[in-house]
Structures are given as C-alpha cells and as structure tokens.
Design a protein around this ligand. Structure first.
Ligand code: DAK
Length: 261
C-alpha cells in the first residue's frame, strides 16, 4: 500500500472489496492543502483502477471529517493562483470515480469538507456530524459545488440560510432533508459505512457503475436527457454476462456469481 503524508489508505480485512481512505491532518482538522488534495486524488485513482475493489469509503476523524480548504494557504492567493491549484482537479476527480464512493462523516464537515462529502455517492454520518458552508465568514462563497448540491438536497430556503448566514446542519437535520443516508452512534458510523460499501461492492460491477452514472444524471441533467441516458445504459446491460447470470440465478433460485463482464 502506498505511503502518504496526509491520508492513510487501507483495505480492511473484514469488509470484502472495500478501499478505505482516511484524511489525516489532525492538527488542522483535515483542512485540504495541495498535498492532501493530490494524495486523495491519487488514492481514489488507484482504488478505482483496482479490480479487487468494488467501493470506496472516505472518512476523517471523530472530531472532523474535514474543516474545508486550508485557509492559511489561500489568504494571499490571486484568482489565477486558485485556478491553477489542485483543488479543482480533485473535485473533478471525485465526480469521475466510477465506483461508488461513500463518505463516513463525523464532527465538522465545513466548506470544501462538506462539498467533498456531498460529492460522494452516499453519506453515513455520526450523531455529532455538523455540515456547513461558512465561506461567507471569509468573504467568499462555496467554490466546489456547494451552492448547487446543497440547494438540490435541502431546498432553496434552508440552503440560503446555510450559505448566506453560516447556519450549520446537525446530523439529524441532514438526515431529515435527505442529505445523508443514515445517522449512527459515533462508535458505529465507520463500521456502518464499511458494511454498506461491502454490500454494494458485492453486487454486479458493471450494473453498479451504470446505475451510479444514471442516478447522477438525474441530479445533473434535465429529466428528458437523464431518462434517455438511463435507457441507453439499460439496453447496454443486456450485452453483459452478469445480466444473463443475474437473471438465470433468479430463475434457478441460487445466488448469482458476478464476473464483471
Ligand atoms: N484551514 C486551516 N486551518 C484550520 C482550518 C482550515 N479550514 N480549520 C481549522 N483549522 C485549524 C485551526 O487554525 C487550528 O489550528 P492551530 O491554531 O491549533 O494551529 C486547528 O485547526 C483547530 O481548530 P480550532 O482551534 O479553531 O478548533 P475549534 O474546535 O475551536 O473549531 C472549527 C473548529 C472547525 C469550527 C473552526 O476551526 C473553524 O471554523 N474552521 C474554519 C472552517 C472554515 O471556514 N472552512 C471553510 C474554508 S474555505 C476551490 C473550491 C473550494 C474551496 C477552495 C477552492 N476551488 C475550486 C479552487 C473551499 C474553500 C473552503 O473550504
């Protein structure tokens, strides 16, 4: 496993086909500097390319998932500096990961930290998780999709409060608004995320990939285009061995054996 300085990667023995990435800058509450961005993008790339991995979990510490981009790194930056930094490519990278990515969030998920969580496909939160977009306090606005993803998840009224007035959301509120999948006691949130990832990772790989793309389409395009893309993916799956196997296994009342072909 590659050695990193700001993240830790692991393939947990008890959870089949799951890659785990821990953000690990505890002194800065996992704030994103360029190294962390590059390492996270590299680890995502490696797990995405690894045939033995079917789903990825990103987590932080119990105190902080991530407190956003490193403010100390951005203070004197010009617009061109910001444009040229790795931040943007990381967020593009997450959107481009083909396998399901689950965020296991405890403590602070602020600014880019909240945007990172919302860029993932599912979120398992601990009871003490707090989501927020406090960029307004720094004289900026969210720059990695926060105004769009949060608004789609929680609606305009609440998104305005969060983004314009630094209102943080509790884990329970995030659950009520459909921003997170489930809320767990702090000692169980990571285990629950890994369990969910292992369940998804055991399913037919090509269908999972296209299902993820199709759901994201619902989120990112107009309905008509989304439905057309979904229909194309649906037809395509009938060319895979896994579709034949899945349906045959149902008829024969046995568990399917997925090949990813
Ligand atoms: N950056 C750097 N250091 C941070 C940090 C951050 N975002 N957040 C916390 N820290 C550091 C603190 O400075 C402190 O370090 P020392 O003073 O001990 O050296 C240490 O972490 C512990 O923090 P606190 O002492 O403040 O701990 P508390 O428990 O009292 O408070 C807190 C926790 C998370 C509420 C507080 O630290 C806080 O408000 N942090 C700032 C949160 C924030 O404003 N986040 C938004 C950052 S702006 C881009 C796209 C997106 C972005 C950037 C670019 N592109 C497309 C290019 C994203 C921007 C952002 O995220």
């Amino acid at each position: 496993m590659t050695e990193y300085s700001t993240i830790i990667t692991e393939i947990p023995a008890d959870y089949s086909r799951v890659g785990l990435i821990r953000l690990n800058r505890p002194k800065a509450l996992n704030a994103f500097n360029s190294t962390l961005m590059q390492e996270l993008a590299g680890a995502l790339n490696d797990f995405d390319a690894d045939e033995d991995i079917g789903a990825i979990v990103i987590t932080g510490s119990e105190r902080a998932f991530a407190a956003g981009a490193d403010i100390k790194d951005m203070t004197g930056a010009s617009p061109v500096d910001m444009l040229q930094r790795e931040h943007l490519s990381l967020f593009d990278k997450i959107r481009g990961v083909k396998k399901p990515v689950i965020a296991a969030v405890s403590g602070w998920a602020l600014g880019g930290g909240s945007e990172l969580a919302m860029s993932c496909d599912m979120i398992v939160a601990s009871e003490n998780a707090r989501f927020g977009q406090p960029e307004i306090n720094l004289g900026i606005i969210p720059g990695a999709g926060g105004t769009q993803r949060l608004t789609r998840a929680v609606g305009k009224a609440l998104a305005m409060e969060v983004i314009l007035n630094d209102r943080t959301l509790t884990a329970q509120e995030a659950l009520n608004y459909g921003l997170v999948n489930r809320v767990m006691p702090i000692e169980l949130y990571l285990e629950e995320a890994l369990k969910l990832a292992a369940e998804v990772a055991a399913r037919a790989p090509i269908a999972i990939r296209l299902a993820k793309e199709a759901v994201n389409q619902a989120y990112e395009t107009f309905l008509r285009e989304g439905v057309a893309d979904e229909r194309r993916a649906f037809y395509f799956l009938f060319s895979t061995e896994d579709q034949k196997e899945g349906m045959q296994a149902f008829i024969e009342k046995r568990p399917p054996e997925w090949k990813g072909k």
